[in-house]
Ligand binder design. Structure first.
Ligand code: C5P
Length: 254
């Protein structure tokens, strides 16, 4: 499929999130500079945030990128709610918390973020929930006293997140279908673990191509190393955007 309209490519571009998994603002700056015409949103995780602090958010935004703050808050409801309000004040477009922190933790975070946005006229970020980390197996869950199989636990936590007013979840490609069915078409699904044919898998075991993820119903795909480590990161990002665009066409038809 070679003909892709500008509008279609723009819609596809909005669905790609690049994981800025580096430690310094200098490295991050180089990547943002070379990718900002291709990528609209950059994920800042614990590594970069702990090293550079909150100013890294402004740094990325000043260079033309939106930020998904991936700090996976998990604490008592007041602490998570207050951290969520601070993330909102930083101007991030998205951030996440652990759904296993409880329904009341998520509800309080949603309530306080909504209130801060109203009273301080802030943009409301998308609030995502992490269900079960993809590094955890059913055996790991059993050792911490959770007898439920991973897939059921993921679904249970996604529903809790949806009922608590969260905007969506971070989910592995395999989990998209059941979550979409249970939580409805407006619930956002953000999917990491994306590899194109022939890519090095790194430590990701359950991987899916960008097109497959979008066809299964993902709203956003998160890609890190395949772009960061490519000879030409920008070209790699553009190839992924093409695949997403083609998948969007098929999805509309299907
Ligand atoms: O380099 P790669 O494409 O595997 O990067 C994926 C990104 O998504 C990393 O920043 C990783 O921390 C994150 N992530 C993940 N699996 C999850 C949640 C987040 O790989 N379940």
């Amino acid at each position: 499929m070679a003909l892709r309209s500008t509008g279609l490519r723009e819609r596809a571009r909005e669905r790609l999130i690049f994981a800025l998994d580096v430690s310094t603002a200098r490295e991050a700056g180089q990547l943002v500079r070379s990718l900002r015409d291709s990528v609209a949103m950059f994920k800042v995780g614990k590594q970069l945030f702990v090293r550079e602090g909150p100013r890294i958010i402004e740094f990325v935004r000043e260079r033309g990128g939106e930020v998904f703050l991936d700090l996976k808050f998990h604490d008592i409801p007041q602490t998570v709610a207050r951290a969520s309000v601070e993330a909102t004040r930083l101007g991030v477009a998205m951030f996440n918390v652990h759904a296993s922190g409880s329904s009341s933790m998520m509800r309080e975070a949603v309530r306080q973020v909504r209130r801060a946005c109203r009273t301080e006229h802030l943009r409301r970020p998308r609030m995502l929930a992490v269900t079960v980390l993809t590094s955890l197996s059913s055996t790991d869950l059993k050792t911490i006293g959770v007898q439920t199989p991973v897939a059921d636990q993921v679904l249970r936590l996604a529903l809790l997140a949806s009922e608590a007013g969260m905007d969506g979840v971070v989910a592995s490609p395999q989990e998209i279908g059941p979550i979409r069915e249970a939580c409805g078409p407006r619930f956002l699904i953000v999917t990491p673990g994306i590899r194109r044919e022939g890519d090095d898998r790194g430590d990701q075991t359950r991987v899916t191509g960008p097109a497959e993820a979008v066809l299964s119903g993902a709203d956003y795909v998160v890609v890190g190393r395949p772009i960061r480590d490519a000879d030409n990161p920008r070209e790699e990002a553009e190839r992924i955007i093409d695949e997403i665009a083609d998948a969007l066409v098929l999805r509309r038809r299907g």
